[in-house]
Design a binder for this molecule. Sequence first.
Ligand code: NAD
Length: 468
Amino acid sequence: MSDLDSKQIERMSAVFQAQKAAFEGERHRAYKDRIRDIDAIAALTVKHAEAIKDAAASDFGVRSRCETQLSEIAYMASAAKHTRRHLNSWMQKKKVAVPGNLKPGNAYIRREPKGVVGIISPWNYPFQLAFSPILAALAAGCRVMLKPSEFTPAMSDLMKSMLAEEFDENHVAVILGGPAVGEAFTKLPYDHLFYTGSTHVGRIVSKAAAENLTPVTLELGGKSPVIMADDFPAEKAGETLAFGKFLNAGQTCIAPDYVLTPKGKSRTVAESTIARVQKAYPDWATDEDYTAVVSDKHYERLNSMIEEARSAGAEILQAEGSDPGNARKIAPTVVLNPPEDSRLMQEEIFGPVLPILEHDGLDDAMKRVNAKDRPLALYVYAKSKKTARSVLEGTISGGAVVNNTMLHYSVEDLPFGGVGASGSGAYHGEYGFETFTHARSVFETPVWHPSRLIQPPYGKIFDMITKT
Ligand code: NAD
């Protein structure tokens, strides 16, 4: 059954038109008003912190409150602080050099709000992945329509009521619904469309945006590999791999998806990962800090991927725990040497399952990574900086971390985004501000300017100026 009726489409269009009109009335939202908007986002995040944790717990069944605090609430508070601190300098016009034959004059770039922007967000970090692009769009002076995920209804309702406390609907509006609503949402002629979600839906969104020539940012997924070099102490790998993989039960776009270790080291890495995760969650089944899988559909998909690898002869290592009952929890799992053609090695896993395979040297590892779609993140484990750099040079990914996982996400001055099938465009910090603004080129000349000398009738002065 469709989750959309004609009334909803009309309402969505009406909100869009109201935002358009409001934007026309305030094309250059003043600095002080943008600061108010940023402060409102920060204040809402802090004020509703407990409600955000409750909503995430209700949507996932079990969602670690500490992980919600870390990855949704604290992240947003610090992103808002960063934006507030730097907005003034981001908004300044940027002067550029004027070539000698065009002098005198002033050339500069004005960063201007694009207008009404659409944001579509996923379920895995349902608060942060909606609020973070909203923050960037508001800092840029835009109006925002958000379509959050249908898989996290409690969080979507909460965000709608939170935002209504501080923003009129003609400034920030939330449209609730599933794929059909999403499809109608993407048909509106936004000034920018910002999509976070799967590569499959990213293609659909991109086509819809193209109909209106709407510029689009695609924050997608993919299989983010870990490449380990010979000089890395394999017994230490689990310390960081376990955190990267089992945070939010692996439902993280930049979670390490699979690991390629040197020959003879996969078992050590697997055992150190299981040992670390066992220490983190002595009984993962009852531990409130070990998150559940978001829906029955996702739960069944992950279990069937593990079973497929088991039937194909791969060795499965799992952390010990009691029976999770109906909690939709999957034991932290490591799979040794699954076949390359198994779903675990073909699809983005997006759950608490980590395949570990061996490579035949770094050239082989890079070749195998490069044979797949370009990943969102790539992790290099190498003691030697030279080795790490050679892996960076031999591969392409949206972002990368050396000797750790995921931490690049929290460095606000780094652009966050994918490349190829893992996305295009970026945000965070100034990159988010740039995404939602248009770089308008301005060249100011005096009333009489020597450029008149290159106008017809062409003659000696023209020849002199244009001589190559
Ligand atoms: P999804 O693509 O299923 O859904 C994302 C959003 O798109 C939801 O709001 C959904 O309702 C909407 N949608 C679904 N069909 C649509 C359509 N036809 N037209 C318009 N909108 C539609 O993704 P998901 O399952 O929520 O998220 C998981 C994926 O997102 C993973 O691949 C993950 O790697 C990726 N992801 C990427 C990032 C990133 O920052 N790059 C962050 C989180 C998740």
